[in-house]
Write a protein that binds this ligand. Structure first.
Ligand code: G1P
Length: 287
C-alpha cells in the first residue's frame, strides 16, 4: 500500500474567522509568513506524497493564485534584487503539481472528499485539514502512512481531549490493541460529553482507501445539511478494519481563534528571523 495522493478539503466557509474570511479563504490565513495550507502541503511532501488535490469553491481563488507562478511579482523582486525573497516565492510554485476540484454546494467535508474520487482512482490516499497544524519530528501524516502500510488498512490520527471538548470533534469508540493504536469499532461526530463513547478525538489527518467513496455516496447529510466524513467512516468500520493512531507531536487547532494564537506564539518563538525579539517582547509583558 503506497500513499501518493493527498486531498485537502478547502471549501468550508471559515465562519469562526469572520469577518477576515469574508474575502480571505480560511486556508490562506497567515501563520507568521505562510498561509495555513502551505504548512499542510509541506507536511504532505515531507511524508512522500507526490500529488495534491485541493477541493475549493467560489471565493477561494487566492489558494490557486498562491501556488501558481506570479510573473509580475517575480519580475519586481528581480528588478529590486531581492534574491532571497524571489527564491522563496518561486519555490512555492515549484513545490508540487496541484489539481483543483470545485465543490459547487456547501455539502460538507464528506462530499468534498467524494468529489475527488476520479482523481484519486483505485489507490489509498491521505486527507489533511489545513487548519490542523501539527508539529512533530516525524510528520503526522507520515506516521499514519507508516501505520497504514503495516496494517494494510485505513488509519486516522487521534488524540485525547478533555471530556467537555468532545462536541468539537469526531469521537471514536475503540479497543486499544498496541501502543498508540486502537481498532475503531464506531465513531460519532461531535457528541456531547454524556454521549461521547470515549475521549479520543479524530484530528484532521487520515489515510483512507477507495472503499470509502461508495459509502460517502450513500451517506446522508446531517442536521446541518452537511455530509460528514465521520458518518462515511462509520459505515467503513462495518466493512473493513480501521484504526486510530495516537500520533506523536503537538497539534494546534488553527481553525479556532485561541488555537491560532497558540500556534502563532509557538512558531514565532522558533522563527529564525523574529524568534529572539519576540521572546524578549513576551518577557517584557511580565505575564
Ligand atoms: C472536522 C471533522 C471532525 C474532526 C475535526 C478535526 O470537524 O468533522 O470529525 O474531529 O475536523 O479537526 P470541523 O473541525 O471541520 O468542524
Amino acid at each position: 500500500m503506497r500513499v501518493r495522493k493527498a486531498i485537502f478539503p478547502a471549501a468550508g466557509r471559515g465562519t469562526r474567522f469572520l469577518p477576515a474570511t469574508k474575502t480571505l479563504p480560511k486556508e490562506m490565513l497567515p501563520l507568521i509568513d505562510k498561509p495555513l495550507i502551505h504548512y499542510g502541503i509541506e507536511e504532505a511532501l515531507a511524508s512522500g506524497i507526490k500529488s495534491i488535490i485541493i477541493i475549493t469553491c467560489r471565493g477561494k481563488s487566492a489558494i490557486e493564485d498562491y501556488f501558481d507562478v506570479s510573473y509580475e511579482l517575480e519580475m519586481l523582486l528581480q528588478e529590486r534584487e531581492k534574491t532571497d525573497l524571489l527564491q522563496r516565492v518561486r519555490e512555492i510554485s515549484e513545490l508540487v503539481e496541484i489539481s483543483y476540484v470545485r465543490q459547487k454546494s456547501p455539502l460538507g467535508v464528506g462530499h468534498a472528499i467524494y468529489i475527488a474520487k476520479e482523481l484519486v482512482g483505485e489507490e489509498p490516499f491521505a486527507v489533511l485539514f489545513a487548519d490542523d497544524i501539527i508539529q512533530a519530528s516525524v510528520p503526522c501524516i507520515k506516521q499514519l502512512i507508516m501505520a497504514a502500510e503495516k496494517l494494510k488498512s485505513p488509519v486516522l490520527a487521534i488524540q485525547q481531549v478533555r471530556k467537555e471538548e468532545t462536541s468539537k470533534y469526531g469521537i471514536i469508540q475503540g479497543e486499544k490493541i498496541a501502543d498508540r493504536l486502537y481498532r475503531i469499532t464506531d465513531m460519532v461526530e461531535k457528541p456531547s460529553p454524556e454521549e461521547a463513547p470515549s475521549d479520543l478525538a479524530v484530528v484532521g489527518r487520515y489515510v483512507l482507501t477507495p472503499e470509502l467513496f461508495p459509502l460517502l455516496e450513500k451517506t446522508l447529510p446531517d442536521k446541518s445539511g452537511e455530509i460528514q466524513i465521520t458518518d462515511g467512516l462509520r459505515l467503513l468500520t462495518q466493512q473493513v478494519p480501521i484504526y486510530g493512531y495516537q500520533f506523536e507531536g503537538t497539534r494546534f487547532d488553527a481553525g479556532s481563534k485561541c488555537g491560532m494564537l497558540k500556534a502563532i506564539v509557538k512558531l514565532a518563538l522558533e522563527h529564525p528571523e523574529v524568534g529572539v525579539e519576540f521572546k524578549e517582547y513576551l518577557k517584557s509583558l511580565r505575564l
